[in-house]
Write a protein that binds this ligand. Structure first.
Ligand code: FES
Length: 112
């Protein structure tokens, strides 16, 4: 069973968290099941970018992103080479480490 390590995020999981998960689950589902309220404005239908996360380890064990995911990611705040939409990123067999960005696009636009 793969394990997800969520790095500390000031609001969503200040201490960070390690969670046992199941191959094939999305990162978003695992987070929500464990009380880490990653934003998910479109409810996981790959139509927003609020569920953006950055992989710090193990990104190669996830499913490949589809073109639509890459298109949506372009709109996210703070995108990096290992960014994924957590609702679309499905776990493989290996452990991964995930950083939740400080802001989502929704929050950034609320500030302006
Ligand atoms: Fe909207 Fe993931 S929740 S793309």
């Amino acid at each position: 069973m793969p394990k997800i390590t969520f790095l500390p995020h000031d609001e969503l999981c200040p201490e960070g968290m390690e969670i046992e998960a199941t191959t094939g689950e999305s990162i978003l589902d695992v987070a929500l099941r464990n009380g880490i309220e990653i934003e998910h404005s479109c409810e996981g239908s790959c139509a927003c970018s609020t569920c953006h996360v950055i992989l710090r380890e193990g990104e190669d064990s996830l499913n490949e992103p589809e073109e639509r995911e890459d298109d949506m990611l372009d709109k996210a705040w703070g995108v990096e080479a290992t960014s994924r939409l957590s609702c679309q990123a499905k776990l493989g067999d290996e452990d991964i480490e995930v950083e939740i960005p400080r802001y989502t696009l929704n929050q950034v636009s609320e500030r302006h």
